[in-house]
Design a binder for this molecule. Structure first.
Ligand SMILES: C[S@@+](CC[C@H](N)C(=O)[O-])C[C@H]1O[C@@H](n2cnc3c(N)ncnc32)[C@H](O)[C@@H]1O
Length: 441
């Protein structure tokens, strides 16, 4: 691993993620902007004063190079983005948002260990599109859950539609062999008949029979010197609808004022379920560092990334409070701050910089060849073939090279182009590709 524990990176997360070695993170929780098309700002006077982030994605925010990477590494996402463009018509907010997310999620997948998992926090604004992205990157078979985080209705009487009362969290594992060692449980909600009956001392929150034999929950049951009859609900595996965790309201003790701050209880549940003590947890959009604080509490290692410097100030402040409350000394110097992306030093680092330049033909286009770039040439051929009922596309040539961009540009400049097809003789094109490669070796 080329990144250390208790590190806050203050920089665009794409550069930081690209600098992290492959297969070294156990758990990623990502809570990105949701594409709400507005700017979020922390209230004046709060600990987070000065923090703000834009949740609007326009063409100027998207780099050409990202679109190239998507086309070369994940052709399915390239096609998905074209479809999103068609759905949107003139505006391109969703297209831009998804391109921005795609390149970052591709890196998240790469840096996860084989046993690792990702939780992507979003809301119904983009959840349906994000699930398609995640299916493309992680594989549909590695989708584990959509968690519905259900909270009370805060916006009653707004608009002529049903109120939004949930966020969505997509849980994907990198492979089928993933950490899920601490299965969270919850009281069963099945009918009373299936509950155990028993006796217990009063004082706890219990489920009891009232006179009408109906199930009732009571918070405090204080009856002096009297034992009460109660039914203890069975503990069962927790479901995917979480309505027992409150949003951070204005009175919440943990509130920092950071816009869109998530509750520690939510992060603790995720971290406990999908990692073990000592594991490395990463949050690429860490905001006021809720994930880092939860990970520290649960004895996990952690890395937080945010463009805002507030993450560093707030994690120190929050961890400081936690430690003070326990009566121990504040270890401010343990939390490190970095603005430079790390440099990869894993075995994969060099091969990641190579991609295939391929020549693909189709009998219908005689004398014309598709010359392009792909990191997985077989799946690229497969993508072409799925769009062709006769499956007549053929791979004529491919070479893995670090000069993929230069070679593609050279061939497209040298030969005539028509609808992205290069016109020329197959042997000549192949010779030019190989020659360029050898010249630069
Ligand atoms: C929804 S908030 C995260 C809130 C966080 N979960 C918490 O509990 O405080 C999204 C965060 O992503 C950060 N952000 C947005 N784009 C980023 C990027 N490209 N790289 C790093 N951070 C980014 C914003 O500054 C903001 O703090």
């Amino acid at each position: 691993m080329n990144v250390d524990n208790r590190m806050i990176f203050c920089h665009d997360n794409l550069d930081i993620l690209r600098g992290i070695n492959s297969d070294c993170i156990d758990l990623i929780y990502a809570d990105p902007p949701f594409n709400k098309k507005k700017t979020f700002t922390a209230p004046v006077g709060s600990s987070a004063e000065g923090a703000s982030f834009s949740d609007i994605f326009r063409e100027k925010d998207i780099k050409e190079e990202w679109l190239k990477d998507i086309e070369e590494d994940h052709y399915a996402i390239h096609k998905l983005l074209s479809a999103v463009k068609d759905i949107e018509g003139k505006s391109s907010y969703n297209f831009c948002y998804l391109a921005y997310m795609a390149v970052r999620l591709m890196e998240c997948h790469r840096i996860l260990k084989e046993t690792g998992s990702l939780y992507l926090h979003c809301d119904p604004t983009m959840s349906h599109y994000l699930k398609l992205l995640l299916d493309s990157i992680f594989g549909e078979k590695n989708f584990r859950n959509e968690i519905i985080w259900h909270y009370p209705n805060r916006f009653s009487r707004l608009g002529n539609f049903f109120s939004f009362m949930n966020d969505n969290l997509f849980f994907y594992s990198k492979t089928n062999n993933y950490v899920f060692s601490n299965m969270p449980t919850a009281p069963s909600t099945r009918t009373l008949k299936s509950y155990q009956r028993g006796w217990d001392t009063p004082g706890d929150a219990l489920l009891v029979y009232d006179e009408n034999k109906a199930q009732r929950k009571i918070r405090e049951y204080q009856e002096k010197n009297k034992r009460i009859k109660y039914v203890k609900p069975k503990q069962v595996n927790m479901g995917n609808v979480w309505s027992d965790i409150n949003i951070i309201n204005s009175q919440a003790k943990e509130r920092t004022g950071y816009p869109t701050q998530k509750p520690l209880a939510l992060l603790e549940r995720i971290i406990r379920a999908s990692s073990n003590e000592g594991d490395m947890v990463l949050d690429p959009f860490c905001g006021c560092a809720t994930t880092c604080v939860a990970a520290e509490r649960l004895k996990r290692k952690w890395i937080g990334i945010d463009v805002s410097v507030k993450a560093y100030e707030l994690v120190k402040e929050r961890l400081g409070k936690e430690v003070e409350n326990k009566g121990t000394l504040f270890y401010e110097e343990l939390v490190r701050f970095n603005t430079d992306p790390p440099a990869r030093n894993d075995e994969d680092a060099y091969s990641t910089n190579k991609k295939y330049v391929y020549i693909i033909s189709h009998p219908q286009y005689e004398g014309e060849y598709k010359v392009g770039i792909a990191s997985d040439v077989k799946s690229r051929l497969g993508s072409y073939q799925t769009g062709d009922p006769g499956r007549n596309y053929e791979l004529e040539h491919s070479c893995l090279t670090p000069y993929f961009r230069e070679i593609e540009a050279y061939i497209h400049k040298k030969y005539e182009n028509k609808h992205e097809w290069v016109q020329g003789d197959l042997k000549d094109i192949q010779f030019d590709i190989e020659h360029y490669e050898h010249e630069n070796e």
